[in-house]
Design a protein around this ligand. Structure first.
Ligand SMILES: Nc1ncnc2c1ncn2[C@@H]1O[C@H](COP(=O)(O)OP(=O)(O)OP(=O)(O)O)[C@@H](O)[C@H]1O
Ligand SMILES: [Mg+2]
Length: 247
């Protein structure tokens, strides 16, 4: 099997005194879509933040191509961060700026490209997410699905090696969700991206997942393919697949 891009071992995540995740071991394999599943509040966003070091893990190790991330020097860490695209839960666009600037900002901050090249890249990425028409709109003038696509364009503007998406389709109608999932599969095949998705949507899991990580009560209770998940004989997982949701 391919060496993992990201390898997590013994990760413990806390906020203050409360332990959210314990003993998490998982590997993110290149060119796969890994889906993180679990009930609301179980710690999926926390897991992403700890992997990305946006929150400092309380214990354990997170390696990027074998290089420890958790205590990496700040300068090296900033370099590595550029290889990661992140679509935050809730989009996190800058509301006072048009879509164009929201997407140009990472290029202006992290590259020395000319305005002309930046302009071309912004338009290219907006075209990829089919938002050409909304380039000068403010985020407040976009629908929920358009906001997610704008945030996706921003997340991929530096051509990341790994794209982390926190609930990219939640709150969208099934057809818009389908279009967004197809966009993610396009990025995987055309740009060879490795994708990590947090989602609750059964349809999205079926469309996207090469591998599933299932979190319950602060622990990783399953990792494997969707077919293996259905045969694992775990009540929480069976219930999720039967109900299509968590109660
Ligand atoms: N910044 C924070 N400070 C303190 N507690 C937090 C913080 N962020 C999250 N938590 C707590 O950590 C737990 C896990 O939250 P997290 O956002 O990771 O869940 P989630 O699985 O992403 O949920 P959802 O599916 O609703 O997005 C929750 O109990 C939450 O209240
Ligand atoms: Mg979350």
């Amino acid at each position: 099997m391919n060496a993992p891009i990201i390898s997590v071992r013994g990760l413990e995540a806390r906020y203050g005194d409360s332990s959210i995740l314990r003993d998490i071991d998982l590997d993110i394999r290149p060119h796969e879509v890994s889906v993180i599943l679990g009930s609301s509040g179980c710690g999926k966003t926390t897991l992403l933040k700890n992997i990305l070091r946006l929150e400092q893990p309380f214990a354990g190790s997170v390696k990027y191509w074998g290089e420890e991330l958790t205590d990496m020097h700040e300068i090296r860490y900033q370099e590595v961060l550029k290889r990661f695209g992140v679509l935050f839960q809730g989009s996190a666009l800058l509301n006072s700026l048009p879509v164009y600037d929201n997407i140009a900002i990472p290029l202006e901050q992290h590259t020395r490209l000319s305005q002309r090249v930046i302009d071309r890249l912004v338009r290219e990425k907006l075209h990829l997410v089919r938002l050409d028409g909304a380039i000068y709109h403010l985020p407040s003038e976009l629908s929920g699905g358009m906001k997610k696509r704008a945030a996706l364009a921003r997340a991929i503007v530096l051509d990341p090696e790994i794209l982390f998406c926190d609930e990219p389709t939640s709150g969208l109608d099934p057809l818009t969700a389908l279009a967004l999932d197809e966009l993610l599969l396009d990025l995987k095949s055309k740009l060879d991206m490795t994708i990590v998705v947090v989602t609750h949507e059964l349809a999205s899991i079926q469309r996207l997942a090469d591998r599933i990580f299932f979190i319950d009560n602060g622990a990783l209770i399953f990792s494997g393919t969707p077919a293996e998940a259905q045969k694992a004989g775990l009540d929480t997982i069976d219930h999720f697949f039967e109900a299509g949701r968590f109660d």
